[in-house]
Design a protein around this ligand. Structure first.
Ligand SMILES: [Mg+2]
Length: 186
């Protein structure tokens, strides 16, 4: 039993080391899944600030970050701009199609892609990507296919947890922290 755990942990780290592209679903991953509607078409989404820092850090470490959302949202567009994300795909009806385009654009194969999603429409990409990540509060059908299930729920630092683990597995997390320390000291 213990040996099996060690082996699967090693397999997980092997998967993490190959990742060059991190694609994320938005609702339920970067948010807690709630969409608050105000008057005059106002839509409110809550993003976790530590998730944002994680995505910036992943990009600084050379991982391309992309968002794939089935909905269009001004709040999301603003957050993506703040984080300087290059690949922001919203209102996507066919996530599989966008996924294939991105792999072709960056000349990557499935083993080099991590996908993080939280619900049933994410299953095809979770089953295809080299590293499938989901959140603690995802339905069991999704948690069952994921290689990594975060201990935190969507919108509450789950992305930070996943990215921190990914960068640690790639051996670059210490460098990310050191960059912050040197910036503070300068
Ligand atoms: Mg979702």
């Amino acid at each position: 039993m213990a040996r099996k755990t060690v082996r699967s942990r090693r397999d997980l780290r092997e998967r993490a080391r190959r990742i060059r592209l991190l694609l994320l679903d938005v609702d339920g991953v970067l948010t807690d899944g709630r969409i608050i509607y105000g008057s005059a078409g106002l839509e409110v989404l809550a993003f976790h600030v530590r998730d944002g820092l994680a995505l910036k850090s992943a990009q600084a470490a050379g991982i391309t970050v992309g968002l794939l959302s089935g909905r269009k949202s001004e709040a999301l567009a603003r957050r993506a701009e703040e984080l300087r994300l290059v690949e922001v795909h919203t209102g996507v009806e066919d996530k599989g199609g966008v996924y294939r385009q991105l792999l072709a654009r960056y000349r990557l194969g499935d083993p080099e892609v991590a996908y993080m999603g939280d619900d049933l429409p994410d299953l095809p990409l979770l089953q295809r990507a080299g590293l499938a990540i989901t959140v603690a509060d995802a339905p069991v059908e999704v948690r069952r296919v994921a290689h990594l299930v975060t201990s935190l729920p969507g919108g509450r630092g789950a992305v930070r947890e996943a990215v921190e683990w990914l960068l640690k597995s790639q051996g670059v997390w210490d460098r990310v922290c050191a960059d912050f320390q040197s910036n503070r000291n300068s």
